[in-house]
Ligand binder design. Structure first.
Ligand code: KIV
Ligand code: NA
Length: 265
């Protein structure tokens, strides 16, 4: 199998083919996501929510991200594996940002990292890129800043914030990022940014004109059924499937149906 690289996804944008991306945080899920042909697997800090049950992405640690990332890397044969730098591991100190990025690359075997923000974290991104680590940007709704925003509502509806987002996106391209996630912004702005940039944009809640789409795999499979924003298309109801299967198991144990003769030695 030919591996997906940052160059592969640039070629997809160049020829007008959309890029598919999903999150994964563990070995078994990553096997399914990779086998289905998704080009980019993000080990997102959304693991803080869907794996650990935290309300925000802020509590997850660098060590925990490395644990998730190394599990995913062991499963993946084809996809490009991108890992989020967690809150507190890069903001405001480019030396620490580089150290965090290097730990992820060395200890997990991932292929690239992602950071949230624009101008504020420019130095950190430049420093990581100079070490040869591919970087993906993330603009719009950036959940690590939720306590600054105060809400998970759509971002960049106002002219000034939209203009800053465009400037930040162009800056990210200029310094050498290989792509940028656009989260929860108006579809029209996504279209403008995607046309202005050479590098691919990957949208979530950002409309049809991003160069690719990403969803949190637990949300799109309905494993997590507590989160149903308008942008989410739910492809399965696995929470119900799992609950029913487990209920059947409990019944079989109680009724002594399980294990039967063939299931015993
Ligand atoms: O952590 C995450 O899952 C993400 C995606 C939603 C882009 O950052
Ligand atoms: Na994230």
């Amino acid at each position: 199998i030919k591996r997906v690289t940052t160059h592969t996804i640039q070629e997809l944008k160049n020829k007008g083919e959309k890029i598919s991306a999903l999150t994964a945080y563990d070995y078994s899920m990553a096997r399914a996501v990779d086998a289905a042909g998704v080009e980019v697997i993000l080990v997102g800090d959304s693991a803080s929510n869907v794996m650990a049950g935290h309300e925000t992405t802020l509590p997850i640690t660098l060590d925990q991200m490395i644990y998730h990332a190394s599990s995913v890397v062991r499963a993946v044969k084809r996809a490009l594996v991108v890992v989020d730098l967690p809150f507190g591991s890069y903001q405001g100190n480019s030396a620490e940002a580089l150290r965090s990025a290097i730990r992820i690359m060395k200890e997990s075997g991932a292929h690239a990292i992602k950071l949230e923000g624009g101008q504020e974290i420019r130095e950190s991104i430049v420093r990581i890129l100079s070490a040869g680590v591919p970087v993906m940007g993330h603009l719009g709704l950036t959940p690590q800043s939720i306590y600054k925003f105060g809400t998970y509502a759509v971002r960049a509806r106002e002219e000034a914030e939209a203009a800053k987002l465009m400037t930040d996106a162009q800056m990210l391209e200029e310094i050498g990022c290989f792509g940028v996630v656009l989260e929860k912004i108006p579809a029209a702005l996504t279209k403008q940014v995607s046309q202005a940039l050479q590098i691919p944009t990957i949208g979530i809640g950002a409309g049809p004109d991003a160069d690719g789409q990403i969803l949190v795999v637990h949300d799109m499979l309905g494993i997590n059924n507590e989160f149903k924003p308008r942008f989410l298309r739910q492809y399965a109801d696995l929470h119900s499937v799992m609950k029913q299967a487990i209920t059947n198991y409990v019944d079989d144990v109680k009724s002594r149906d399980f294990p039967n003769e063939k299931e015993a030695y």
